[in-house]
Design a binder for this molecule. Sequence first.
Ligand SMILES: [Zn+2]
Length: 426
Amino acid sequence: MKYLIRQGRLVDPVGGIGGIMDILIEDGRVAVIGSDLNVPSAQVIEAKGLTICAGLVDMHVHLREPGFEYKETIASGAQAAAAGGFTAIACMPNTKPVIDCPEGVAFVREKAAQAMGAQVFPIAALSRGQQGQEVNDYEALKNAGAVALSDDGVPVQNANLLRDAMILAHRQGLTVLSHCEDADMVQNFAVNEGRVSRQLRIPGRPAIAEELQVMRDAMLAEETGAAVHICHISTAKSVAIVRRYKRKGVQITCETCPQYFTFSEEEILNQGSIARVNPPLRTGADVEGIIEGLKDGTIDAIATDHAPHTEEEKARPLTQAPSGMIGLETSLAATLTALYHTGEMNLSDILRKMTVNPACILRLPGKGRLAVGSDADLVLFDPNEEWVVDPTVFRSKARNTPFAGKVLKGRVKCTISGGKIIYQDK
Ligand SMILES: [Zn+2]
């Protein structure tokens, strides 16, 4: 199938090509980028008024399969991703069983190959069963197709194990993705420690619980030379630590998620359990620090940490509901609303953090860029269209979004992966 995308505004953070362009897609690849192309044999996609960029890459999602298919499956997650403009997503291994062996990685890849939607890349567990006691066979996991290593969801408490893991991961050319929270400090508390936890008279998760481990991991990255990526950074001080270690030349990268630059802890008072997430929503000053980190390049990537739960689970009281929120179908719009339409950042700098940067951190060849000869993975979106978030129409099985009922500006119109249309807005 040949497609000619006409008159779209191309944004390419890598090559710097910009302006109104036509793009010809042939045999799953970008064949030509130019002006006024005329290819009678191609099916035309009119893109006037739309922005075109490389398909979005989400380096941090939870697809819940195997084990929790009632929350999400690889197939439903891949479709939700496509509807959000993503053509590549990487899924965390905290499933049941945990993805910590080659057979587990193979299972995810098989399911992913059958799914209609974004391509799914498995992340394997750092430690056996995510127990934090024993490292896995990273060579075997890499050969099976794992793209990175993480115990996300169960932060690694044992610094000695983490150090060994970094050394071994470095040898295999795998990045270590780290969920930073000190388990003794955060326990299973529901919200940030601060104004809101005091008001609700419940114990909270202090910012320092995150910052201590960000510091630990930055120092370990420096000492081991391994590529270390900090997941879902949420505090201004965490940003400052990463900034300092990057300046020293340490191979450290980090991501944040739309919830951390959109909402502060006060959102808990409005939305209760729906706003419960780990790490928790923080203070207004932290939100400012996150935006500053995005603007100055300290924060490399915007991920979703898409974490599906059922309506019953999220209807439980704040202290009993599971943590996490979904994000695949709102990520681009929420990001444009918070960062682009407010004048904080330009489109190219935003899209860099949602395409090429995460693809580079995960070392996904050919992903995250739009150039002649590259995979025809791209997204067409209207940056100015306003819409009201209605979770009942989501492709995801889950509905637990803090953006429900909110007006967002920016709408995905068409997602193309490997030259095939995987999502079209009607
Ligand atoms: Zn996490």
